[in-house]
Design a protein around this ligand. Sequence first.
Ligand code: SF4
Length: 408
Amino acid sequence: MTLDKRNLYRLPWSMNDNPIAWLEVSDICNIHCEGCYRQFVTGHKPLEQVKDEVLFFKRWRNPDNVSLAGGEPLIHPHIVDIVAFIAQNSIKPIILTNAMALTPELLRELKKAGLAGFTIHIDSHQNRPHWKDKTERELNELRQHYADMVAAERGLYVIFNSTVYPSTFHEIPDVVRWGQANIDRVHGLVFITYRTATTATHVAHDTADRQVDFSQLSYVREQFDEKFVTAPEVYQIVKETCAEYEPSGYLGGSILHTSYKWLLGALVGSQKRMYGSVGKKTMELAQAGHHAWKGTYLAYLSCAKVGAKVFLLAPWDSTLRQAARNWLKDVLRHPGRLFDGLYVQSIGIIQAPDLLPDGRADMCDSCPDMTVYDGKLINSCRMDEYRLFDGFLTVVARPDAAPQAVAK
Ligand code: SF4
C-alpha cells in the first residue's frame, strides 16, 4: 500500500494549458471555516470584472471549466449571469460552495443558465449554524441532503470536498463509505489536508525584505502543535476503507521531488459493490483523448454512469482489467447484477502547500487552482499575500522557536 510515482500518470497540466480556471467572484462568506484562506477585503467583484477574468482565463489558461469560488459564490448578486456568461464562452461553469444558500429554485435557475455542477465543501471545522460540534459521520446527513437536491434536478454533477485536520483524519472512512453508498449521485470526493503557519514559530518578510505582521492572513495562527496529515496518509486510510481504490494520476511538488500534492483516482462500482479503479493508462487516454478531441485537458467527468463500456479500455490498463475481472466474477455469481448501473466515482487527495525550513513553500506543481490577480496568474491559496503584502512572503523559523512538524 505504498505509493510509487512510476505507477501513476503525471497529469499533463501546465500554467497555460490547464483544465481548471479558479475565479473568485467574492471574498464575502456566510460562514467561517477554520481552514479558509480568504479574508474579507474587497467584497463582491463587479460583473464586468468577472467577465474580463473569464476572458483572461480563456486566452491564457485554455480551461475546460471555470471553478467559481470565493468567499461564497452563491451569495454574489449576479451569480446566474456569471454562470451564463461562462457557458456562452463554451467553458463548463462549476460552483464551489458551502451550499448554505442553495435552494431547489436557485439550482434550477443555475442549471438553466448552463451550470455543469457543484463542488460542495462540508466538514466539521466550519462553524455551520445548526451543525456545530458534529462528527463527519453526522455531517453525512447534510451531504445527503445536498446530494439528493442536486440529483433531483438531473444532469448536474456534484463532488463533496472536506478539509482534513489531524483531529478528523480518522473520520475519513465514514465519508468514503457514505460516498460509495451514493455512487449513483455523488460523482466524487476530495480530501484536502489542512496547513497553517504559526506566529509562535515563524516570522515573515515581504518582497522588500521587511518583517511584516503575517497574523493578518487567515491561514496563519498563533500556535499549532499537531502533526499535519499528508496525502500518502490519506491514501492509506482510504485504501484501508476501500481496497479497490487506487489513484491513477498525480501532481508532485514544486520543490520536493518526493511530495504528492494531487492524487486523482476513480473507482468503478455499483451501488452494491466496488469492483476496482481505473489505472494510469486510462487516465492518460482520457487526458490525451479529451485534449485531441475537445482541445482541453479534463478535470471532471460530466457523466458518472458509464456502464460496462468502461471496461473496453481494460486491454490497455491492468488496473482496470482487475476491476473488469471482479465485475465478471460478480455477475456470474449474481446474474441480476448485469443490469445494475455501473458508475465511476473520483476520489481526489490534495496536500496543501508545505512550508520548508528555509522559508520556501512546496506548492502543487502546475497548480490547477491558479487565479487572476492584477493581471497575473497566481496560486489562489496564497492570493491574500498579494492582496495584503503585494507579493508572496518568505516565512522562516524564529531562531528561538522549538522545531515544528511543518514540512515533510
Ligand atoms: S498550490 Fe494551487 S492547487 Fe495547490 S493548494 Fe495552492 S491553489 Fe490549490
